[in-house]
Design a protein around this ligand. Sequence first.
Ligand code: DWN
Length: 409
Amino acid sequence: MYTELSACRICKGRNLHKFLSLGHMPLANNFLHEDKLPERELYFPLDVFYCDTCGMVQLGIVVDPEIMFSDYIYLTGSSEPLKAHFANLADEAVHNFDVQVGSFIIDIGSNDGTLLHSFKELGMCVLGIEPASNISELAMQRGIETMNDFFNVNLASTIREERGQAGVITATNVFAHLNDLEGFISGINVLLAEGGILVIEVPYIVDMLDKLEFDTIYHEHLSYFALRPLVNFFSRFGFVIVDVKRVNIHGGSIRIYIQKGDRNLPSSVSDLIRLEEELKLDSLDIYQQFARDVMQLKKDLLFLLTSIKSQGATIVGYGAPAKGNILLNYCTIGPAILDYIIDTTAFKHGCYTPGTRIPIFPESRFHDLQPDYALLLAWNYSDSILEREKVYRQAGGKFILPLPKPTVI
Ligand code: DWN
């Protein structure tokens, strides 16, 4: 069900140093259905490595993508801030690269079609590629044409023969999930029209390190990107990064615009590469410090939660993100601490969290029962959630922000 990484995914170097072990973990999105709670769950080692040759940070194993992505529970459209984020991406790509109305746009890992819906609103012809059959069906019901498959060079050739090449190809929170990066870029080479633009978005390792976002480390995320290794990777395949910007989504990501050909790197790229050099991302030290800080965070969070619990207060989880399951399992936070978790995704209602087996309910339970504290597992949406729950907070309800330092707000 998984393979061990033998060489760096980007440079094929073999000097890989393990700097963090989160132990054996269940799959972060493997929520358990109440009517078929398994006796035992699949656990896989979750260890993170640094490549001495090119500086890439990556997991030590690759879990079979069929296991992780063929039947998926995560819906992009369940988070309002994410819908707004993707509307901004579509608008920015169309205007910055003068994409003509009627252009052919393909989204790889298109989920429920949230991003393609924004492109469609801008007058584009859209096509999604989504491996989860349950979710691609949902996208089709919403009027977004979607191919239920994993992206690869063969599928790219079929689309090109049947539909022609695309002016824009997007891949948001996909590129870091891929083991075969060369296969991906070969498919892009076939499918992207001359002068076309590839847009990828990936969590940015500078944010992960800066805000101690260790819970974003899980088996779906094979790579943890700095910009420098990506510049080298794309140039090796005849592509060039023509712009990059930091975006405040999923704890901090980079949105990268890539085209075929070669030219001087823009200042937006050189500025980030300089930042990465200043932070010494090309040495093991910063990652070893990150690992020490993560272990301290676990102690601090558990101390805070058990102290609150010992006062007889009630605590629940707010949001049931995949990352929340890493935080809960690594910090050994289970039903003895959290009475339940609420989430806006209907698929997740009636489910239990993997490993910790905490029940998930609709938001109404939270508003009806008004618990004393809410552990903000969906911390990446803290601004919008704290605003939305101001009545709860004004009535004395308190949120616990788990990282970068456990804080009651
Ligand atoms: O790469 C991935 C990221 C982008 O999305 C995938 N591997 C899986 C997934 O990770 P995640 O589950 O950590 O993503 P989110 O978007 O942080 O999940 C937020 C969860 O919180 C969703 O289940 C929706 C829920 N939510 C909520 O209950 N109330 C979200 C908001 C904004 C809210 O107000």
